[in-house]
Ligand binder design. Structure first.
Ligand code: CU
Length: 386
């Protein structure tokens, strides 16, 4: 009876929250507005910095990255086609290195699998993923003729239910819908760097993505899993053909609500805080980076092979956007900050990183120093987020 009363209480509370008036009394609406203001400060800062440049990254050649829902239909279609193109070009990874890598798209998954123990929950996390996305974007442009904006998925807009995000609306102009609902599916036990394990309960999908451009007849996941059972052949580097699966979770998406993003951008004074808010806010696993993966589910849960799901790149563009909006509030100071060591949760122990620490990209590209990856308007980078 007591459980029932508590449950009824919860339902009542939930209906009160659902019925709460939106407007300036809703803290999430206020937080979303504040993010827009901070984004504007960052945006202005970038354009001030490049205003007088005649060479390198300038107002003439800067690329604008846009939220998926604001891309025009032609750009959405072209982006999806370019991903398909990358996934039809031959792999450059040697067979002995990863027998499951059949296409250029797979090369990125392999590089991510290989680098995972170094580039997550470490000082290399943000710089690695910034350049990893850049390499993917360059391939879409140079090998597959994509000319539109590189898209990001702002999960703070769809935090109440990721099934409402346009990127998952299941049309041909989305990255596909939810996985087909599988009743009574067991939880997924995922392993995280440092020997941690976590149980991810089943959510609203669980099966193959049967709508949109990445259905089983058009798209094959070949590598992984690495982080959950049954692990694919050769530790996830072998050939393991299967459909793309998703399990969109309106529980985990709450952790990417605007107030969580704002806490990072507005309150963090250093990169330790930024990284903590990304993955383990207040000591609890989750945060905007982890919860971005967990609310998609399945392929996206696999910290090693998660680039198997094409939405990975849009999620990480949003992570990069959050980092760069934070940097953009005080760029001179924050672009020079480093944090952490060069191994995931410092296991095995490694020295603290410096701006001269090296980040590796496997067969994708020669190594880079962190220093080369901190500014989005210098070196090889030239982009700004809208
Ligand atoms: Cu990653």
């Amino acid at each position: 009876m007591r459980f029932r009363a508590a449950f009824t209480g919860l339902v009542t509370l939930a209906s009160v929250i659902a019925a709460a008036p939106v407007g300036d009394t809703d803290p999430e609406v206020a937080a979303a507005q504040r993010i827009i203001d901070l984004q504007a400060i960052y945006h202005k800062q970038i354009f001030t910095d490049i205003a007088d440049r005649q060479m390198g990254c300038s107002v003439k050649n800067i690329q604008i990255r846009k939220e998926w829902s604001t891309l025009c239909d032609e750009d959405k279609a072209a982006f999806i086609a370019a991903v398909g193109c990358l996934n039809s070009l031959p792999a450059e990874t040697p067979l002995e290195r990863a027998a499951g890598a059949h296409t250029r798209y797979d090369d990125f998954v392999v590089a991510h699998i290989e680098q995972t123990p170094l580039v997550h929950a470490s000082g290399l996390f943000l710089p690695f993923h910034r350049y990893f996305l850049h390499l993917y974007e360059q391939d879409l442009r140079t090998k597959c003729a994509y000319t539109g904006p590189f898209p990001y998925w702002d999960w703070s807009l769809s935090y109440q239910d990721p099934r409402n995000a346009s990127v998952f609306d299941g049309t041909d102009l989305s990255l596909g819908g939810n996985g087909v609902y599988i009743p009574d599916r067991p939880a997924t036990n995922i392993s995280l760097p440092g020997g941690f394990t976590l149980t991810i309960p089943p959510a609203t999908g669980g099966g193959c993505v049967e709508s949109g451009p990445f259905t089983p007849d058009k798209f094959e996941v070949r590598l992984g899993p690495v982080a959950y059972e049954p692990v694919g052949p050769d530790g996830g580097l072998g050939y393991n053909p299967r459909c793309l699966t998703r399990d969109l979770s309106p529980e985990f998406s709450k952790q990417t609500r605007p107030s969580r993003v704002l806490k990072l951008i507005d309150e963090c004074k250093d990169l330790a805080c930024v990284n903590e808010q990304m993955d383990i806010p207040d000591g609890v696993p989750g945060g905007v980076h982890a919860a971005g993966h967990w609310q998609v589910g399945l392929e996206a849960l696999d910290i090693y092979a998660s680039p198997s799901d094409p939405v990975f790149y849009l999620h990480h563009a949003q992570i990069d956007r959050v980092w760069t909006i934070w940097q953009g509030q005080k760029p001179a100071e924050r672009n020079m900050m480093v944090w952490g060591t060069g191994t995931a949760v410092n296991d095995p122990p490694s020295p603290n990183v410096t701006l001269d620490s090296i980040v590796e990209f496997g067969i994708l590209a020669p190594p880079k120093s962190i220093r080369q990856l901190v500014s989005t308007i210098d070196g090889e980078f030239c982009y700004v987020y809208n």
